[in-house]
Ligand binder design. Structure first.
Ligand code: CP
Ligand code: NVA
Length: 307
């Protein structure tokens, strides 16, 4: 039997996605009432980070502790991975010792290789291709504000990166529209764009993308691993800042989201991210609640599928 993994939003059915988001709301309420809920006694999460992180590490580590389990932080610098031990061997060894693994890495194929050899559920903590855990938090934040996902319009402005790809998957699984404004050469994954036909529109103009949107969102122009392209990207993305003029195109009660970390004065103006329509702090907090719901689903509710 193969374990259930969470490598993309497509690893949950639309109904399971709604179930996890509903449960995240319940776990948030429990947390706010300071009620103890510790079903994970003796459970251990292994967290392998090949890139930097603030939110992902803290939300998984705190979430696991709150559920009564524990988490181990691992990086290539202080494991044998950094000295060339194959990812397949690491997967086989790690999954004999821990109950759940989270990985943040560069190539998506590396995550998939790990998952193939892991005997415990593997969670994608971000790859160059996607960032599905962030989308769980984003979707919870949209639901808190808009009531439901279906029929909503999200404007994605900036780079067609791992977060943009994840919004395409989310639009399919959550039945909403994503309007994407990116400069030429920075389009999201072509396959996902095709798959999202009818739920995704590719544009160049940020103002047109934001028109009557319920949610306006963006991300850094230079993702982790692209730092050396920063100069060229700053020039190519000129005119793609989410500022008051962009927000003015959206619905009067639209919200602004950003997965963070943010660069004020680049992809978003300070007046927007620090302004009244911004929900970025709720969004960051929701990483905790949604990932607790996800871990509970994978460890306690997830149905094992035949190999
Ligand atoms: N949004 C997000 O994943 O943040 P970190 O890189 O800090 O984990
Ligand atoms: N697109 C960004 C997201 C960071 C959470 C990156 O990959 O660096």
């Amino acid at each position: 039997m193969k374990p259930r993994h969470f490598l993309s939003l497509f690893d949950l059915t639309p109904a399971e996605l709604q179930q996890v988001l509903r449960r995240a709301g319940e776990l948030k309420a429990l947390h706010q009432r300071s009620e103890s809920y510790t079903p994970f006694s003796q459970k251990v999460l292994g967290m392998l980070f090949e890139k930097a992180s603030t939110r992902t590490r803290i939300s998984f580590e705190a979430g696991m502790a709150q559920l009564g389990g524990s988490a181990i932080f691992l990086s290539p610098r202080d494991t044998q991975l950094g000295r060339g031990e194959p990812i397949e061997d690491t997967a086989r060894v790690l999954s004999r010792m821990v109950d759940l693994v989270m990985i943040r890495t560069f190539e998506h194929s590396k995550l998939e290789r790990f998952a193939e050899y892991s005997t415990v559920p593997v969670i994608n903590g971000l790859t160059d291709y996607n960032h599905p855990c962030q989308l769980l938090a984003d979707l919870q934040t949209v639901i808190e504000h808009c009531g439901e996902l279906r029929g909503r319009t999200v404007a994605w402005i900036g780079d067609g990166n791992n977060m943009c790809n994840s919004y395409l998957s989310a639009a399919i699984q959550g039945d909403f529209l994503v309007r994407i404004a990116v400069p030429p050469g920075y389009e999201p994954d072509a396959g996902l764009l095709q798959q999202a036909a009818g739920r995704a529109v590719l544009l160049r103009d940020p103002l047109a993308a934001a028109q009557d949107a319920d949610v306006v969102t963006t991300d850094v122009w230079s993702s982790m691993g692209k730092e050396e392209e920063q100069g060229r990207r700053a020039r190519d993305f000129a005119g793609y800042e989410v500022n008051a003029a962009v927000m003015a195109q959206a619905k009067a009660d639209a919200i602004f989201l950003h997965c963070l970390p943010a660069h004020r004065g680049e992809e978003v103006s300070a007046e927007v991210i620090d302004g009244p329509q911004s929900r970025v702090w709720d969004q960051a907090e929701n990483r905790l609640h949604t990932q607790k719901a996800l871990m509970e689903f994978l460890l306690l509710n997830g149905q094992a599928v035949a190999s």
